[in-house]
Design a protein around this ligand. Structure first.
Ligand SMILES: *Cc1c(COP(=O)(O)O)cnc(C)c1O
Ligand SMILES: [Zn+2]
Length: 443
């Protein structure tokens, strides 16, 4: 007996019944304007027992050779099962550490606190997990003769870095729309280095998003924002790999920073698949963390999840989640309802201090991860997270992309931040007794 072939296609995520082939260029449901999702043939997936999936994934995980050694393509049957292997564009994304923070966990009364270090990645953020899937699909589309001249995205910095790198690897031109002066220097230089056409626009992310949607509607430019559900199929592997790290035993809580809310939605999709296929038997709870200055989901949560009220996002150190009109709002609300979820928010001081606190335990947390860590502090203090709970935080970028944030924190020059852990360098003459004096109090 041979197992049934694995198939996937687009379906409307609002349930109106629209379906399309994955090799059609379509981003939204033409009937109801809803976002699409990649629908897998779950019956065919279920025909393979959970133990066999685990064995297959573990054996690929053991190699560093690509594409099996990719955290995404090592599980390719769950991403794009019909994509020919020769069209995979992998830079070695995923397969990242789950780093314990035992001191912070003990101080907060938690059983464990862990960082899933998604920024330990080719371009330094979790965006690589989704972009490898999208760019591989575009490579396949072009090989089938679909007229795509270039890929394009609007970005708060990390999406454009990821798109530019994967497009460069695939030999596909890339165009990125960035809000002028609202991304870090490292984020700006990445697409420049990878040869993308970089448009620096005098607006914010939401303004860039409007323009890229308009320009991709009627030319051969392919839209690479997270509205595009191909990216979600890669990003959902974060949840899957996290459970794999823990011996297929989910933590009590998973905490994730949210901007456009694609990643939060992807987390739910990964966990749903694990649960439906029997690889995990318990559903964790999920907390989405937002910057207080860009908190449309937190506001909606407090109002019992009435409709989204788009807002003008205020300037926040967590610039990658400075988004006032999140495209995946409805997906995220459905996810939160399914995972008994909560939404928490963090001020500038809270996010900066939480990141600095985690740094003292050997990490180098980006400001968005700081938002998530601040949410953990608040949810543990308020008792929403029970004493002894196990908590995993999706750390979304490498702190080295936000060096100016770190420098400002330790120089105490960030506005609206009272730095509790500032550790400025000690300026000294090159003099032995002065050096001895400065080290006297070390234990
Ligand atoms: C994109 C991004 C986020 C937010 O992800 P969404 O899918 O937009 O919610 C969080 N942190 C970092 C570092 C990011 O680049
Ligand atoms: Zn629809």
């Amino acid at each position: 007996m041979t197992a049934p072939a694995l198939k996937a296609g687009y379906a409307c995520s609002e349930g109106c019944g629209f379906t399309a082939s994955l090799w059609d260029v379509v981003y939204r449901c033409p009937r109801c304007e809803g976002l699409l999702e990649v629908a897998h043939d779950e019956a065919a997936l279920r025909a393979i027992p959970a133990a066999e999936w685990k064995r297959r994934f573990e054996s690929r995980f053991a190699t560093s050779r690509l594409p099996d050694g990719s955290g995404v393509w090592g599980k390719r049957e769950w991403a794009l099962p019909e994509l020919p292997v020769e069209d995979i564009v992998s830079l070695g994304e995923g397969r990242v550490p789950l780093k314990p923070l035992p001191r912070m966990a003990a101080e907060l009364g938690l059983g464990s606190l862990m960082l899933k270090e998604c920024g330990v990645s080719p371009t330094g953020s979790f965006k690589d997990w989704g972009m490898t899937v999208l760019v591989s699909a575009v490579k396949h589309l072009r090989s089938r003769g679909t007229p795509i001249r270039a890929v394009a995205c609007a970005s708060t910095g990390d999406t454009s870095a990821a798109l530019s790198a994967y497009a460069a690897a695939a030999g596909i031109p890339a165009v990125v729309f960035l809000p002028k002066n609202k991304v870090s220097l490292a984020q700006l230089v990445q697409p420049i280095a990878n040869g993308a056409r970089v448009l620096s626009l005098d607006t914010d992310f939401d303004g860039c998003m409007k323009l890229v949607q308009a320009v991709t509607a009627d030319t051969g430019l392919y839209l690479a924002n997270s509205m595009n559900s191909l990216r979600i199929e890669g990003q959902k592997m974060i949840a899957i790999e996290l459970c794999q790290d823990l011996g297929w035993e989910p933590p009590d809580w998973i905490v994730i920073p949210g901007g456009n809310l694609g990643n939060a939605s992807a987390l739910g999709r990964g966990l749903d698949l694990l649960f439906n296929l029997g690889l995990i038997t318990r559903r964790p709870r999920i907390a989405v963390a937002q910057a207080q200055r860009a908190n449309p989901l937190a506001r909606a949560f407090r109002g019992g999840f009435q409709d989204l009220v788009p807002m003008q996002a205020g300037a926040t150190l967590a610039s990658a989640i400075q988004i006032g009109n999140p495209v995946s709002f409805r997906r995220a609300v459905r996810m939160l309802r399914a995972f008994d979820g909560v939404v928490e928010e963090a001020t500038e001081s809270e996010l900066a201090n939480a990141a600095a606190r985690a740094d003292r335990e050997g990490t180098f947390a980006c400001p968005q991860t700081g938002v998530a860590l601040a949410a953990v502090e608040k949810l543990a203090a308020s008792g929403v997270m029970a004493k002894g709970a196990s908590v995993a935080v999706v750390a979304t970028a490498h702190g080295l992309k936000f060096a100016d944030f770190k420098v400002g924190y330790h120089r105490e020059t960030l506005s609206d931040v009272k730095a509790a852990h500032a550790n400025p360098p000690v300026e000294l003459p090159a003099d032995l007794s002065a050096v001895r004096e400065a080290l006297k109090d070390l234990g």
